[in-house]
Design a protein around this ligand. Structure first.
Ligand code: PAF
Length: 310
């Protein structure tokens, strides 16, 4: 996909300007688009909507400044691309990326809640695939994107990405939207985020409550049982898993506290009757539990309760 002769060699604030295709223009995709454009990069947001969004998009930064950026939305995958960043919902990764996959020879970063979407892709040994997770908060409202919470993005090689290439992208992305770190075993931060999502998302979706309400005493027995199950299975999926039940629960509750005033993505999906990412969150671990002969009673119950309500 990279065509050096066609590359935009203008200089961003932190080096040569790159062309990044972002697939998925939800809150996180737009947050990256505004941040990368502000840092001097060229961004194309791939869209499957019949009517493309207005190119004039407002960005309210985390320190409250309002900026208007001209963003490029396109139905067509552009030429001369340096990076593909996929920020769709987990269940859209396959359909959004598959049509373009055979033409892509540059690194692909998958950044979504949940796990398992990469398993459905027809990637071959040539593809450079990076997995990522972020704790940034962003809210999309019509043509305005608000950066509601500063966070951290962790990236790591999934397959075939050279260390030097990964480091270059870490630096560029970090300059655009700090902080970005590399993890040598990306599965670990993904599993931690998954455990957090397995508790916060379905509980807040079922009870239609803010994340902070999970700190109430009444939720603790169920959260304890869920954490025990999560610890049991995740420690089997990652030999170097650094947590025990107590530290895992602390991490989960710390996120509930830090995002106390937010409605989780799943609480919002249920409220607006949209498809949830449950198949890639609790569902991912449930499918692993079948392979490992473990019965995740609490997780299964959450999935059943959510399904019954939909
Ligand atoms: O899905 C979400 O909403 C977020 O990942 C999290 C961490 C639960 C915070 O709301």
């Amino acid at each position: 996909m990279t065509n050096p002769s066609k590359q935009n060699h203008s200089v961003s604030r932190h080096g040569i300007s790159k062309h990044i295709v972002i697939i998925g223009h939800g809150a996180i995709g737009l947050l990256w688009a505004h941040s990368l454009v502000t840092a001097g990069h060229q961004v194309t947001l791939l869209s499957h909507r019949d009517t493309l969004p207005d190119s004039r998009q407002q960005f309210i930064t985390n320190d409250g400044k309002t900026v208007t950026n001209n963003l490029t939305f396109s139905h067509d995958f552009p030429e001369a691309v340096d990076l593909v960043l996929v920020t769709t919902k987990a269940y859209q990764v396959h359909s959004a990326l598959s049509p373009h996959l055979k033409h892509i020879s540059v690194p692909i970063i998958l950044l979504h809640n949940g796990m398992g979407a990469v398993d459905s892709l027809a990637i071959d040994h040539k593809h450079q695939v990076v997995l990522a997770t972020t704790t940034h908060g962003a809210l999309k409202n019509n043509d305005t994107l608000t950066h509601t919470g500063l966070g951290n993005t962790i990236i790591g090689n999934y397959q075939n990405t050279d260390e030097s290439v990964l480091q270059q992208w870490q630096q560029r992305l970090h300059h655009a939207l700090a902080s970005v770190e590399i993890h040598s075993n990306i599965k670990q931060p993904l599993l931690l985020k998954l455990a957090i999502n397995c508790v916060i998302n379905p509980l807040t979706a079922i009870h239609q409550c803010k994340n902070g309400e999970l700190l109430n005493e009444s939720f603790q027995p169920q959260i304890d049982k869920l954490t025990a199950e999560l610890q049991q299975i995740i420690s089997k999926l990652d030999d170097d898993w650094p947590h025990d039940e107590i530290s895992l629960k602390k991490m989960i509750m710390a996120v509930a506290k830090a995002t106390a005033n937010n409605y989780s993505s799943m609480a919002q999906d249920v409220k607006y009757q949209r498809r949830t990412e449950i198949d890639f969150i609790n569902g991912y671990l449930i499918s692993k539990s079948h392979q490992l002969g473990i019965n995740l009673i609490e997780n299964n119950e959450l999935v059943a309760t959510l399904a019954a309500g939909s």
